[in-house]
Design a binder for this molecule. Structure first.
Ligand code: NAD
Length: 286
């Protein structure tokens, strides 16, 4: 039996329905539409798709959306002033600082200036730190999307499962490892050094839950996938004009029990998680 598809699109629309109800309830109780501001420094064609999707999703949910386009040459101090202004603006409930930033800006430092209460992408160290304690209300969107996909599997008990995450970035692999640990999942994180050492297949073969976030098409061979494993492929790669993930899909589907398609798996959920974070941020603000 080929693996069942974990349909991110369908799950995202279910989640958005619920969020829409919450947003409408907030509107009638507080007489206020939620407002999301996205800050984009300079031009970046790769971000345009994400920006469009933010606007479309916000509008569909009745959220006011504003895009602040700033000059490529803006200094760090000037950018901090823009963020400060948004932090102090009571009408603004969520702030996104679009990556990548130009070289004169220290992205790690600047993340600390976004108010943790408006930090809808959970990049502030306080929000990251809350994940360690299992008390985070605002979660990094992609890591949260992976958890939603796992939680959507009926009767899946995470307790005691063995998971392998490939990729240890600050937006996906690292927070996801903590989210899984908080559910008592035995979690291994592999990264570039695992790949270089040549031991990646050994780890992947043991994974009951395999989550891959690298950005290299075909990195994970189908035959490495454990029989019955749950496979979540976060990777987005363009190969011969097509979008593919990091896992050899066809072969992996023959062995796994559940697998995400790429596109249509993790991707559609991330904006839904962003909007969920906006609602959580508002709750923290009031
Ligand atoms: P990143 O570049 O920050 O991190 C890549 C990770 O892969 C690192 O931990 C690195 O050590 C590891 N790695 C690199 N080569 C490896 C190898 N040969 N073996 C094992 N590990 C290796 O990446 P990121 O920002 O986390 O994104 C990863 C992928 O996920 C990209 O394709 C990105 O486009 C995609 N992504 C998708 C979504 C979505 O919404 N679907 C969101 C974020 C990122």
């Amino acid at each position: 039996m080929p693996a069942k598809l974990l349909d991110g699109k369908a799950l995202a629309s279910c989640i958005k329905e619920k969020i829409k109800e919450e947003i409408e309830a907030i509107k009638s109780k507080h007489n206020k539409a939620l407002k999301l501001v996205s800050v984009q420094v300079g031009e970046n064609p790769a971000s345009e798709v994400y920006l469009k999707s933010q606007r479309k999703n916000a509008e569909n949910l009745g959220v006011e959306y504003q895009l602040e386009r700033l000059d490529q040459k803006i200094s760090q101090d000037e950018l901090i002033k823009v963020i400060d202004k948004l932090n102090n603006d009571k009408s603004v409930n969520g702030i996104i600082l679009q990556m990548p930033l130009p070289p004169q800006i220290n992205a790690k430092l600047i993340s600390q200036y976004i108010s943790p209460l408006k930090d809808v992408e959970a990049v502030h160290p306080q929000n990251m730190g809350e994940i360690v304690f299992g008390s985070a209300k605002i979660l990094p969107c992609t890591a949260a999307s992976c958890m939603e996909l796992l939680n959507s599997i009926q009767d899946l008990k995470l307790y005691g499962k063995e998971a392998v995450i490939v990729g240890h970035s600050e937006i996906v692999g690292k927070p996801l490892a903590l989210l899984l640990l908080n559910q008592f999942v035995t979690t291994t994180v592999c990264h570039i050094a695992t790949g270089e050492k040549g031991t990646l297949p050994e780890f992947v073969k043991k994974a009951e839950i395999l989550i891959v976030a690298v950005g290299k098409a075909g990195l994970i061979k189908g035959e490495w996938v454990k029989e019955g494993a749950i496979v979540i492929d976060v990777g987005i790669n363009r190969v011969e004009g097509k979008i593919v993930g990091d896992v050899e899909f066809d072969k992996a589907q023959e062995r796994a029990s559940y697998i995400t398609p790429v596109p249509g798996g993790v991707g559609p959920l991330t904006v839904a998680m962003l909007m969920k974070n906006l609602v959580e941020a508002f709750k923290l603000q009031v």
